[in-house]
Design a protein around this ligand. Sequence first.
Ligand code: KG4
Ligand code: ZN
Length: 344
Amino acid sequence: MLILGIDTSCDDTSCAVVKDGRQVLSNIVASQTKLHEKFGGVVPEIASRRHLEVLVPACQEALQQAGVTLKDIDGIAVTNGPGLLGSLLVGVGFAKALAYAAKVPLIDVHHIAGHIYANFLGETLPEFPLLNLVVSGGHSELILMESHGQFRLLGETRDDAAGEVFDKVAREMGLGYPGGPYLDRLAETGDPARIPFPLPKIRGSRYDYSFSGIKTRALLELEAGEKSEAFMRDLAAGFRKGVVDQLLNPVEDLIRQTGARGFALSGGVAANRLLRRESQALAQKLNIPLFVPPMELCTDNGAMIASAGYYKYKLTGGSRSQLETLLLECSAGLPLRSWEVDVG
Ligand code: KG4
Ligand code: ZN
């Protein structure tokens, strides 16, 4: 079964063709980084206009690279939230029209479900229960999956997302855009012990995160510090360790409690070198496999949407009528819901 996956949730226009939810035949990502760089963040209006310009050529290229035509496509999967509303509208509007014209099912995919399913594109399939740490520019969540499409939220951030604080601190440090990868690289050569960032105390849940305190602390250290090269490296290293320590702090407990048979990282921040190393060490200690997508599948892409769309279609069936296809809506704050199994 061939699925065309489309993601326009933020500032990347992505289209991919995936076979049977597992085999990536093409994965086109038209990045808008250069357009937003000078503003130091994504400008929503510019992002949606750019999606309009490049979405059709990106899909054509995805079909071409996969060596197929629209006639060979069995279903279209599209991100309908969460994300920037204007950006989502472009992808969903296009996908609806295409699915209607091609008379194929349209499968709506939650962006976080998409990130999680990037881990189903590798050689080894994860087993359930699977504990997922989803960390991106907009999300920091711990999600347990007992089976396909069953998502149980066990922890989430109370304020900023991990990617967001990486980007903010990196920007103030004068590093590149988006800042996460630059700060990560700089931190590799620094001493994390010079400026330590202890774990915050969070009232209520043992498994929730809070990154705004650590961000403020880093900005204050930056203001007061000497700003030499060595200082910047050490600050980056200490800050990165603080974020990663917090992200992994609940994981051992949750894996033991839930009997998880695998631990999976996903989302843009899963590209972080320290997070990958520390997660590997933890998984080894607990004797369970760690799943991390290759770099190009960590950040936003259409292949992960196509994979999630395939598994969702298998589970929920393609009962939506052509008219219902045209009524699909998108939402900037779409909540993650488990997929309803088709019993009909
Ligand atoms: O998943 P993604 O492409 O977009 C969202 O859905 O948000 O994630 C982008 C985020 C950005 O905040 C970026 O700085 C961060 O992922 N990121 C990293 C690294 N690579 C990307 N953060 C820390 N270390 C990295 N190596
Ligand atoms: Zn994302």
